[in-house]
Structures are given as structure tokens and as C-alpha cells.
Design a protein around this ligand. Sequence first.
Ligand code: FE2
Ligand code: FE2
Length: 252
Amino acid sequence: MFVVAHISDLHFNGTRYNRSRIEATLDYIHARAKGINALLVTGDITDEGSEAEYREAYGTLYSPLPMLITAGNHDHRAHFNAALLGMESSAPVNRAELIDGVLFVVCDSSIPGRNDGHLSDETLRWMSEQITHAGPTVPVLVAFHHPPVTLGMYFMDSIRQTGEERLAALVTEHPNIVGFVCGHAHTPAVTTFAGRPLAIAPGVASTLNLPFEGTEIINRGQPPGLAFHFLHGLDDGRDAWRMITHYRAVMF
Ligand SMILES: [Fe+2]
Ligand SMILES: [Fe+2]
């Protein structure tokens, strides 16, 4: 069984409140690191993209696990790349890595200066090349920040990822894509996209209200949370895989 711990929407903002939510979530994962293969962080690392927020993130966001990380709409690519990846670059934060036989294709759906999301044609080409290079029998997990579907949340639905038909075409081309995971919506949720599971990580910094939960955007009573995605090879001789998502709330 392959296990990935998935967190999202940390929103480092210099406050002790956000930092303690992030630290408690990382502590929960790291106390169980022996059973986990990788840690995935799907964007909105900082709240305003400032260099000071990235310095705070650099000092707190580390892991004994292989860590894959990308950017969200609250991030600033140049500051992100400089502080967290040690690179001078404003390029999209895209990374592919084979970990214990699973290919992670982690890509940047942010659009500089905007809150909604879109994968560039260049990023989609890069994704396809990475999956082709790994080979057709390698299970692939695709991760980004913005959900490519509506979730029944009015505000979030207006700033989702668009142009998603090009992403769906990637599944036709590469049926070894097992599932999609993302963040941005600050709510643990599961749906489907292009015939594959799509699991949204809870927000570490906050949870957003559903339309009938309250008139404020943020649901202030909810604790931080995380997802554990299991990738399970089906023993039926077809090289088929299944993604199973478990969610946890974290006390802090
Ligand atoms: Fe966020
Ligand atoms: Fe976001």
C-alpha cells in the first residue's frame, strides 16, 4: 500500500494562530512517518506571497518524508522559488517525481495576479511527457491547487480551474492516471473528474462555509485537517490501481 499525506492552504501569515495549526498538522503526520511514503503540499503556502511569509514557511515547513510542493493563487512564484526551492525563477512550480513506484505529477495551476486557475498548454505538454517517460504501467497521481470542477460553493466555484477539457484529455491519452488531488477550496471533499477520483484536501489555515452553513466565508469552528490517499494495486492482473482517501482533523 502506498500512502501519501496531503495538506493544502497553509497560508503562513506571521500569526501564531496559523503557525500553530500548521505545526500541529505536520506533527500529526511526522509522528506517523513510518507508514507514509510522501508528503504533498498543494499550494497557498503563504497568505500574501511576501518574502517574510516565505521565510516563515522555510523555517517551519520541512519533513523527513519526500516532500512535493506547488503554488496556489496566494503564492508569488519568484518568492516561492527563491525561498523554498533555492532557484531564481518565475516559472510555474512544476515537478514530477517517481517515489516508491508511483509517479507524482505536481503542477502549478496558478495565474500570476489572479485568483482563478488554469494549466498552461506548456504545463500540460510537460505533464504528458513526464507520464510517457515513466511508462504506461506506472500509476500516476496528478496534483495541483485549483479544482477543475465546481463544488457547490459559490465563491470557490467562481475562482476554480478552467480549461479543464485539456486536462481531461490527458486521461484518455494516459489511462494510468489513478487520481487527481488538489486544494484551494478549504474543505475536505471528494468527487470525480474525467472518470477518475478527485480529492480535495481540507484547508490547514481555515475551512470555508458551505452555502447553508453560514453567511461568512470562513467557518471558524473547524480545526485544521489533512488527507491520507492510499494507492492500492488491484490484484486482478490488469495493472489497475485505486485511490482511497481518508481524512483527519487535527487538534491544535
Ligand atoms: Fe487557500
Ligand atoms: Fe487558493
